[in-house]
Design a protein around this ligand. Structure first.
Ligand SMILES: [Zn+2]
Length: 261
C-alpha cells in the first residue's frame, strides 16, 4: 500500500512504460498495476496520456479457434491468452461458448497408491489395478510406464510349496482365501489354477467314482464314499441321487426332531 502510494508520484521508468505498452492494449490493466505497484487509476491515466487504447474486439480467426481448442484442455488459460494476444476474459468466454473444457488433471499419486501399483503390477491387468486404486486405466498405464514397471510373466516364480498348497486348497477354498494364504493376488491364483488345468475337474467328478464296477458317490455330509443305493432317489438331481446319504438324512431328521422337543 505504502509502495503504491509512493509510486503514484514517481515517474514511470522505461521498463514500466514498456510493460504498459505491451499489456494495456490486451486489457491487462490489473496486471500492470500489480507489477508496478501503482493504483489502477494511475495506470489508466498514464495509458490515456500516452494515447494507448485497449484493442477493440477483433473476430476470432479459424486458426485461433483451432489453437484454442488444442491448447485449452491442458494449457494454462493465461498463457494461451498471451499466445493469442487477447485478454484473458475474452479467451475464457470464447472457450466457454465453443464448449471447450479443461481436462481435469488427475490428482498426484500418493505414496500408498504408488506402492499398491508396484505390488499389483506384475500379475494384474491394468484395468484390475485401475479399479483397485480407483483411477482410470490410462492413468495407471501411464504411471506404470513412468515408474519403469514391466509386465512380468504372471506364472513366474511359483515355488513347489506354493503349488502344492494351491493344489491342496483349490477344491475347498475360494481363490480369495488362497490368494491371502499364499500372498499372491486373486488374479494370479485363478490364472494358475486355470493354467494347471485344475478347474477341469468338476464338482461332479469330485463326488462320483466307479470302484470295481460299482458306482459310488461321496456324501456331502459325512464325506464318505458310498454306493448309489445308499442314497435316496431324487429325480431333480443330475445323478438322480440325494446329496446326503440315507444314514445322514435320517440322522439329521432325528436331530431336528430332538431339537424340537
Ligand atoms: Zn453321509
Amino acid at each position: 500500500m505504502a509502495k503504491s502510494k509512493k509510486n503514484t508520484w514517481v515517474l514511470w521508468s522505461k521498463d514500466e512504460v514498456k510493460l504498459l505498452r505491451k499489456l494495456f492494449p490486451r486489457g491487462r490493466t490489473r496486471e500492470i498495476a500489480d507489477q508496478t505497484g501503482r493504483p489502477l487509476t494511475a495506470v489508466r491515466q498514464k495509458a490515456y496520456n500516452m494515447g494507448l487504447k485497449t484493442k477493440k474486439y477483433r473476430p476470432w480467426s479459424a486458426n485461433e479457434v483451432k489453437l484454442l481448442k488444442k491448447l485449452y484442455p491442458t494449457e494454462n488459460t493465461r498463457s494461451i491468452a498471451d499466445k493469442l494476444g487477447r485478454p484473458l476474459r475474452e479467451v475464457k468466454v470464447k472457450a466457454y461458448q465453443a464448449g471447450f473444457r479443461k481436462k481435469r488433471r488427475p490428482a498426484p499419486w500418493s505414496i500408498q497408491e504408488e506402492t499398491l501399483l508396484k505390488k499389483l503390477h506384475p500379475d494384474n491387468t491394468v484395468p484390475e489395478i485401475a479399479s483397485q486404486i480407483g483411477r482410470s486405466a490410462s492413468t495407471v498405464a501411464n504411471k506404470a510406464r513412468k515408474l519403469g514397471l514391466r509386465k512380468v510373466d504372471p506364472y513366474r516364480g511359483w515355488s513347489k510349496k506354493e503349488l502344492n498348497l494351491l493344489k491342496k486348497l483349490y477344491r475347498s477354498r475360494m481363490a480369495e482365501e488362497i490368494a491371502e494364504q499364499i500372498g499372491r493376488t486373486v488374479y494370479a491364483v485363478r490364472l494358475r489354477v486355470f493354467k494347471l488345468g485344475l478347474k477341469k475337474r468338476s464338482r461332479y467328478e469330485e463326488t462320483h467314482r466307479v470302484v470295481g464296477g460299482v458306482k459310488e458317490k461321496r456324501c456331502s455330509r459325512c464325506k464318505r464314499w458310498k454306493a448309489g443305493s445308499e442314497f435316496h432317489r431324487v429325480r431333480t438331481c443330475r445323478d438322480g441321487l440325494a446329496i446326503w446319504c440315507k444314514e445322514c438324512v435320517s440322522k439329521s431328521q432325528k436331530q431336528r426332531l430332538a431339537a424340537r422337543n
